[in-house]
Design a protein around this ligand. Structure first.
Ligand code: NAD
Ligand code: DAU
Length: 341
């Protein structure tokens, strides 16, 4: 690996991966390729923007000519695909962009990677492809049962990755991460939305009874999991990247409020997300067997996250305007009006 194309790296996890890779592997050229949608933010890349091994190119992964150009210009030998529409609620309101980027965009990247002779293609995927599981832990060979337009689009992308490996022999690896949290996460997802709203004493719209279970993974642990799979994963294989930290949403929110010193009375139970998966949980022994180990407990990760949002209002306050407020109104106005105490 010398010249790595990292798509979607102006977003939350991709930018953490880029910051890590630039520092960890100074001899690699890290080329970021990002469309800069509402979720893409060059502020996330400021800490590395002056580094010699960092390059940024703006573009759409579904734009074949632009993908070709960036692969040729930078002599790309490795692709790590983070680029996606990533928010479940938005996929319920407007699924088109999810099909465009997650399905068609991944196909175009794979096709151009094959033509260009790329030696390794890592697809960043999600535990949501397994769907809702009542009990136990999802294993890499379990059947897919995606339930939202988002998870269906990610499952579609994964099937195409598999097909390019089996049919064309492209050297692919897939990682399936669990619910990731940490600094620089766009304030539409549960934790950054609720932290920033609570800081302003605003109501926190918890869906349904708040007893849904998610497996929380600190972003820096997710990033090292992808690094291990990239360097050591077997071609054609998928690896779960789990937090092994399953918690009810309401408990996560209460812990966050305690760290902020804010009252639980900010929590409002609002009408549930349509098709809301009740529980995700994965086994990650396969990735562990390659040498991966998490460094963060939920306590240390949550504290670091809360303090980061407290210390970086410059980062999130400017996001909460324009398109963001339109989305917030569409998603929450009626729900909050119907809230139960
Ligand atoms: P994000 O929404 O913060 O960032 C997505 C990035 O992709 C943005 O920078 C955006 O500009 C870019 N992008 C969108 N469409 C593009 C296109 N057509 N071409 C090029 N760039 C485009 O997302 P995230 O939370 O950082 O998630 C990154 C990846 O990890 C996604 O593939 C997601 O499915 C996966 N994932 C996320 C989580 C999580 O909890 N956030 C967990 C598991 C897996
Ligand atoms: O599991 C991995 C997935 O985690 C990733 O693939 C997705 O990209 C990422 O967005 C995340 O999906 P979720 O839907 O689980 O994350 P979200 O932060 O939207 O919601 C977490 C839980 O909190 C979920 O059960 C819904 C609930 N929730 C969320 C929001 C935004 C609320 O109760 N109220 C809210 O306002």
């Amino acid at each position: 690996m010398k010249n790595i194309l990292v798509t979607g790296a102006a977003g939350f996890i991709g930018s953490a991966f880029a910051r890590y890779m630039v520092a960890q592997y100074p001899h690699y050229k890290i080329v970021i390729y990002d469309k800069l949608t509402y979720a893409g933010n060059l502020d996330n890349l400021l800490p590395i923007s002056d580094e010699a091994n960092y390059h940024f190119e703006r573009g759409d992964i579904a734009d074949r000519a632009a993908v070709q150009r960036v692969m040729q210009t930078h002599d790309i030998d490795t692709v790590v695909n983070f680029a996606a529409e990533s928010h479940v609620d938005r996929s319920i309101l407007a699924p088109d962009a999810f099909i465009h980027t997650d399905v068609v965009g991944t196909y175009i990247l794979l096709d151009e990677a094959l033509k260009h002779g790329v030696e390794r293609f890592l697809q960043v995927s999600t535990d949501e492809v397994y769907g809702d599981i009542d009990e136990g832990l999802s294993l890499e060979d379990d059947t897919f049962a995606p339930n939202s337009p988002y998870s269906a689009s990610k499952a579609g992308a994964e099937h195409m990755v598999r097909a390019y490996h089996v049919t064309h022999g492209l050297n692919t690896v897939v990682t399936r991460g669990s619910n990731t949290y940490g600094p620089y996460q766009y304030p539409e997802k549960l934790l950054p939305l609720f932290i920033t709203e609570a800081m302003d004493d605003k109501p926190l719209p918890l869906y349904g009874d708040g007893m849904q279970v998610r497996d929380w993974l600190y972003v820096e642990d997710h990033v090292t999991g992808i690094d291990v799979a990239l360097h050591k994963g077997e071609a054609g294989q998928a690896y779960n990247v789990a937090g092994e930290n399953q918690q009810h949403n309401i408990d996560v929110v209460r812990q966050m409020l305690a760290l902020l010193g804010k009252p639980d009375s900010l929590i409002k139970h609002v009408p549930d997300r349509e098709g809301h998966d009740r529980r995700y949980a994965m086994n990650c022994d396969k990735l562990r067997s390659l040498g991966w180990q998490r460094q963060f407990t939920f306590e240390t990760g949550l504290e670091a996250t809360v303090r980061w949002y407290q210390q970086n209002e410059w980062w999130w306050r400017k996001i909460k305007s324009g398109e963001y407020l339109e989305y917030y109104k569409q998603q929450y106005e009626a729900r909050l009006a119907a809230a139960e105490e």
